[in-house]
Write a protein that binds this ligand. Structure first.
Ligand SMILES: CC(C)(COP(=O)(O)OP(=O)(O)OC[C@H]1O[C@@H](n2cnc3c(N)ncnc32)[C@H](O)[C@@H]1OP(=O)(O)O)[C@@H](O)C(=O)NCCC(=O)NCCS
Length: 176
């Protein structure tokens, strides 16, 4: 499966993670581990390249794992896009190298993936779930005009770094 999405005006692109990208992705994870642990549950369970390969790299028909590359070959983040064909709903996960925050790169990547979900998957609705205190993550759907639906009752609070985090749901529907 080959999917490549160019990100306008950023000299960046999204491409499905392939086996040959594992080392690069693992190094990126290791250099960002402490920062990612503050906001993403389950990072601690990824301790080896094999753990990483099982969880974050194998794209399937309904779940795509993308790398975010800058200047053609510098891996700076990852995004997951998953769909439920029964509900017509797709949702995202994402993270970025800490040192590349603040440039609008992930907002542009999520915008491109939203377009992909609507146009290629024919999704009716895309959702982004953000921890209530994760203001940087929440900034992305807010910047892109997603609707803030408030605290999700579907996803119970999870414990993260000694506090209970509630999930805020943002959504956008396909324009007809
Ligand atoms: C969530 C995360 C990807 C957000 O990173 P980010 O750098 O804030 O997001 P973007 O790349 O879209 O950049 C947006 C920032 O760039 C600024 N920016 C600069 N130029 C911009 C442009 N052309 N367009 C949009 N934003 C721009 C924005 O103002 C914003 O900065 P601000 O928050 O200080 O106002 C990152 O913090 C991360 O990976 N965190 C750890 C993992 C995580 O929490 N993942 C989400 C789990 S739900």
């Amino acid at each position: 499966m080959a999917v490549l999405l160019n990100i306008p005006n950023k000299n960046a692109h999204l491409e499905l993670i392939q086996p040959e990208h594992i080392d690069q992705l693992y190094e990126l994870l290791e250099s960002n581990r402490d920062y990612l642990q503050r906001n993403i549950p389950g990072i601690d369970a990824i301790r080896t390249r094999e753990d990483l390969q099982k969880r974050w790299t194998v794209s399937k028909e309904n779940s795509l794992h993308f790398g975010l590359w800058l200047n053609k070959n510098q891996l700076i983040g990852r995004c997951r896009l998953t769909r439920n064909p029964e509900t017509g709903c797709a949702d995202f996960g994402y993270w970025l190298d800490e040192s590349f925050q603040g440039q609008g790169l992930m907002t542009a990547a999520v915008e491109a993936l939203t377009k992909f979900a609507f146009e290629q998957w024919n999704a009716n609705r895309v959702e982004i779930h953000c921890g209530d205190s994760n203001l940087r993550s929440r900034g992305i759907p807010e910047r892109l005009g997603f609707c803030n639906e408030g605290i999700s009752s579907k996803y119970p609070p999870i414990e993260l770094n000694g506090r209970l985090v509630q999930s805020i749901v943002y959504s956008k529907i396909r324009s007809m």
